[in-house]
Design a protein around this ligand. Structure first.
Ligand SMILES: [Zn+2]
Ligand SMILES: [Zn+2]
Length: 281
């Protein structure tokens, strides 16, 4: 099991490995561009080269890229769908450039067309994008949703529908679970027993071998609220107990554990990752 955090690339991609080292992150998640715009800048080739070298020297990984928030492959609006397909292609290409292992995507929102139509549209859109992917593109991880509004991929059954649908078309994808999203969706992970049962259920429906990343967030909202308000570990409604069990769960040894709420400053980041690693011992 590897531990890390979402880190900012605002100082340049080449500086990320050093920042990660300074805060004790062995794995990390980044945005390749501002997540709330449709704009995608170009990488600076020399910086990418430095990133790849330094990351390798420091033995860091997996590197996870989180896609932008505007992408919605389930949208019934043609312009949004077209923009989403282009944007996701760019995300795959930019993540491949830096040698990232995983690309995390929120499955999408059906906006009133219905869950089944939406899920089918997501599979269709993903097949279109992934057929154009460069060699060495990262594995796509579909992130389970808290179920706000018309968002899809909320239940394990919906995630399995997407993963299985893509596998049938020859595209192997995985899953990312977010503890605050699970909680918002109504999966009670608040005790070691209920957490264990939720993981067993995920294993039965989707398969734990397909789980590659877990976002560790506490939540400001109650169980089943279908809202997503992240809190630092131990500062929300979920509490510290399940996280203690989660980072000692041997069935998740292959999973990258990523604190998603970036610390207020580097010192705070270091404290948060230190606390997480202490939980695992
Ligand atoms: Zn996410
Ligand atoms: Zn998340």
């Amino acid at each position: 099991m590897r531990f890390g955090m979402h880190l900012s690339v605002s100082g340049g991609i080449d500086r990320v490995p050093e920042i990660a080292r300074s805060v004790g992150a062995d794995t990390y998640q980044i945005f390749v561009d501002s997540p709330s715009t449709w704009r995608y800048g170009e990488w600076h080739a020399a910086k990418v080269e430095r990133f790849r070298e330094r990351r390798k020297e420091l033995g860091q990984g997996p590197v996870v890229v989180h896609t932008g928030y505007l992408i919605n492959l389930a949208s019934s609006k043609t312009d949004v769908l077209e923009k989403s397909l282009v944007a996701l292609g760019k995300e795959f290409a930019k993540a491949a450039d830096i040698g990232a292992e995983y690309l995390v995507l929120h499955p999408g929102k059906h906006l009133g067309t219905g869950r089944e139509t939406g899920l089918h549209k997501i599979v269709e859109g993903l097949v279109r994008v992934m057929e154009g992917n460069p060699v060495g593109a990262p594995m796509l991880l579909l992130e389970g949703s808290e179920g706000s509004g018309t968002s899809l991929g909320v239940t394990f059954e919906e995630l399995a529908f997407l993963v299985d649908g893509l596998a049938e078309k020859g595209h192997g994808v995985g899953v990312c679970l977010d503890t605050a999203h699970l909680w918002g969706a109504g999966y009670d992970i608040s005790t070691p027993e209920t957490l264990g049962a939720v993981l067993t259920e995920f294993d039965r429906v989707v398969g734990l071998a397909r789980l590659h990343c877990v976002h560790l967030n506490d939540s400001l909202k109650e169980l089943g609220s279908h809202t997503d308000r992240h809190a630092y570990l131990g500062e929300g409604r979920i509490g510290l107990t399940p996280f203690h069990a989660l980072v000692r769960e041997r069935r998740l040894d292959h999973v990258a554990m990523i604190l998603e709420k970036t610390g207020r400053d580097l010192k705070h980041c270091r404290e948060l990752i230190g606390a997480l690693k202490a939980l695992s011992r």
